[in-house]
Each structure stands twice: as structure tokens, then as C-alpha cells.
Write a protein that binds this ligand. Structure first.
Ligand SMILES: Cc1ncc(COP(=O)(O)O)c(C=O)c1O
Length: 367
């Protein structure tokens, strides 16, 4: 279905992408990818960046470079997109799913501590923790990083949704041992498919780049001493990224303004939403709201759908996914409650005042 008001839309700017491509006429295409990586380093402050073909492949190689393998335990949020968890399973490791706290909807530090104690009591020492800043809202980084330090856990920041979000003025994605961003179609800045891995360690960046290019040895013929992957970003995707990256701050400001309008209009009508704690600045990738019960949510999403206004359900927690039945989970029902009562509303920076007026009129009639 074509929506008259889409959830999140980054139009292709044909003039700008043509200009970017013209700059590289006669130059090896790989230079476009290198320049995109340099631009990401500059924007995020991460010393090394490797451009890949998706956020999922970035998570896969991030876990691999941290040495995660068969039988290892990895703590991760249950309230997230499936791509946070799948790569743990690709590597034969065991996801340990942790519920959210109700302020940011991200992994609950208290529950993480409980989980670690319980696992250790069973002789299962976790090796790493994946932090997600869901819908662009930073998680409680101070507390979670402290736990990771105390317990000697590697930290992978799955910042797929949160390029441009910050914590104490530092870009999220740059706090962990490794961080990743997604540039798929609906993100704040898109390459129309792609991901980037960032790290402070040059040797990890080189290893990931090597694996992403089929582990081809630097020899005049094709030699492979280990299994590799075809995970590198294409030059055309990188060109789209170079085209959009300068708009990051404008797009974040636009999305934050969209969220504020919803918040101002709905705050007194009993909705709940993700809140920033001191030091947090969310990119508000998606404006997400919980309504008073499931029936209200269902009514609002069907009325919006009938009016060609695109919405999305919130994540169904991973411990409720049929394929993950039987995984270890520490649950308090927060993620499940978000799934039951919440939706993502149109959130793009291109939303007009008329669009916003129409969305709010429809919601207020059903609330
Ligand atoms: C939290 C999270 N992790 C990972 C990914 C995977 O990114 P990609 O779609 O680029 O593979 C996404 C995608 O949106 C995501 O939301």
C-alpha cells in the first residue's frame, strides 16, 4: 500500500547524488567507500570505521572480532529488533535475554546484575553484553558500562537506530569496545542499505575489513586461509551516505521536533513514551507511544491505516518469538507491555504541519 503519510522517509536527492558521483569520475570506486568511512569517523568521533552491507553483518563481525563463539553467553535486550540477536546464534553462542526498564525502554541494569549473578551461580560466565538504544533513545550507559567493567564483559553497542543520539555529549555507538550503525531505508540517514562498524582498535577494524572481503590474503593470487564473508558496502551505497550524512543534525532536529509535537498534544491524554534521563539526547528515530490498553492501540492503528497513515507495532520481545522459545530470559513484563500497547507514529523530518494535524485529529478521536 502507498501511504499518503509514510512512517519515515528520506527522499533520494538526485541532484546531490549526481554531484557526489561526478566528484569520483575517473577515481577508483573504493575511494567513495573510504571517504564515507572517514566521514563517519568525523561525525561520530570513532577513530576507525568499516563500511559494510548491513547493520546485521556489522553485528555478526563485531561479535566475531570480540571472540564470541560456540557456547559463549551474550547478554542482550529482549525488546529489540531480531537482528540484534540473530548474529549471536550465527556464531553458535547463547543469547541471554534481558527485559527493559520503563523509562527508556532499554535493558534494565538491575536485571542485568541479577542475570549475571544467576548465571555465575550456575557456572555460566557471560562474555559480552550488547547494548541497544532502542528507537534512538540512549540506554543507561553509565550503569551498564560500569557493570560490564566490573564483570570483565566486552561491550558491543548496537546503535543501528541511533546515529546522532548522544550521551553526555558523546555520540552513542562509541562507548563500547565495538559499535555498529545501520543505514537501511528508514534510518535518520540512509545509504538505502548498509551498515558501519566503529572501533578504537585499528587491528579490529583491519580484521573486520579482511573478513568482509572474503578473507582474501594480500597476495598477487587468490589465497584464503580462513572463511570469509561478502559483507563490504557497495560504492553506490557509500555515495548515498556521503550525500545524506551532512544532513544528520538537521534530520535529528527535525525528528526531535516531530516527537515534541506529539508529546505536547498527547501528554495529557494518558499516553506513555520513552523519556530522556539526564545527559541523554535521543535522535527520536521513531516517535513511539503506549496507549492505555491494547484495544485503544488497535483502534488507533486501524484508523490511521484506513487514512493511509503508516504506523508500525513496537517490537515483539525476542523471548516471545517462536524461534527463540527456550532461550534464557530475565523478564519483568516491560517489553511485553510495550508490544501490547504501543505503536510507532510517522516520524520523518519531512512531515508537514498539515500531516501532523491530520495524524493528531485521528488519534484524538480514538483515544
Ligand atoms: C536494533 C537493530 N539492530 C540491528 C539492525 C540491523 O540493521 P540492518 O537492517 O541494516 O541489517 C536494525 C535494523 O533496523 C536494528 O533496528
Amino acid at each position: 500500500m502507498r501511504y499518503s503519510i509514510p512512517l519515515s522517509y528520506n527522499p533520494v536527492d538526485i541532484t546531490r547524488i549526481t554531484e557526489v558521483l561526478q566528484r569520483y569520475e575517473g577515481i577508483h570506486h573504493n575511494q567513495i567507500i573510504t571517504d564515507f568511512e572517514t566521514a563517519i569517523s568525523k561525525v561520530t568521533g570513532a577513530p576507525y570505521a568499516v563500511a559494510l552491507n548491513s547493520g546485521t553483518s556489522a553485528i555478526h563481525l563485531a561479535l566475531k572480532v570480540l571472540g564470541i563463539g560456540a557456547g559463549d553467553y551474550v547478554l542482550a535486550p529482549t525488546f529489540t529488533y531480531v537482528a540484534t540477536i540473530n548474529p549471536i546464534v550465527y556464531l553458535g553462542a547463547n543469547p541471554v535475554l534481558i527485559d527493559s526498564e520503563p523509562t527508556t525502554w532499554n535493558m534494565d541494569p538491575e536485571l542485568v546484575e541479577k542475570a549475571i549473578d544467576k548465571l555465575k551461580a550456575e557456572g555460566k560466565r557471560p562474555k559480552a553484553m550488547i547494548l541497544v538504544h532502542t528507537y534512538g533513545m540512549p540506554c543507561q550507559l553509565n550503569r551498564l558500562l560500569e557493570i560490564a567493567r566490573k564483570e570483565g564483559l566486552f561491550v558491543l553497542e548496537d546503535a543501528a537506530e541511533s546515529l546522532g543520539s548522544a550521551y553526555n555529549n558523546q555520540m552513542v555507538g562509541t562507548f563500547g569496545d565495538v559499535g555498529i550503525y545501520s543505514f537501511n531505508n528508514n534510518k535518520v540517514v540512509t545509504t538505502y542499505g548498509g551498515g558501519v562498524l566503529v572501533t578504537q582498535k585499528v587491528e579490529w577494524a583491519s580484521k573486520v575489513r579482511f573478513w568482509a572481503n572474503q578473507s582474501r590474503e594480500n597476495l598477487p593470487y587468490y589465497e584464503h586461509q580462513e572463511i570469509g564473508f561478502n559483507y563490504a558496502m557497495s560504492p553506490l551505497n557509500a555515495a548515498a551516505g556521503l550525500c545524506q550524512l551532512p544532513d544528520l543534525q538537521v534530520n535529528v532536529a527535525g525528528r526531535r521536533a516531530v516527537f515534541e509535537q506529539y508529546e505536547n498534544a498527547l501528554n495529557n491524554l494518558g499516553v506513555e513514551f520513552q523519556s530522556e534521563l539526564p545527559g541523554m539526547c535521543a535522535n527520536r528515530w521513531f516517535s513511539t507511544f503506549l496507549f492505555k490498553d491494547e484495544a485503544t492501540k488497535m483502534r488507533i492503528s486501524s484508523v490511521l491505516e484506513a487514512n493511509e497513515i503508516e504506523t508500525r507495532p513496537l517490537w515483539r520481545p525476542m523471548h516471545q518469538q517462536p524461534m527463540f522459545e527456550g532461550l534464557i530470559v530475565f523478564d519483568k513484563g516491560v517489553g511485553a507491555d510495550c508490544f501490547r500497547k504501543g505503536i510507532c507514529l510517522p516520524s520523518g523530518q519531512t512531515l508537514t504541519p498539515t500531516d501532523m494535524g491530520e495524524i493528531l485529529t485521528q488519534i484524538k478521536a480514538e483515544i
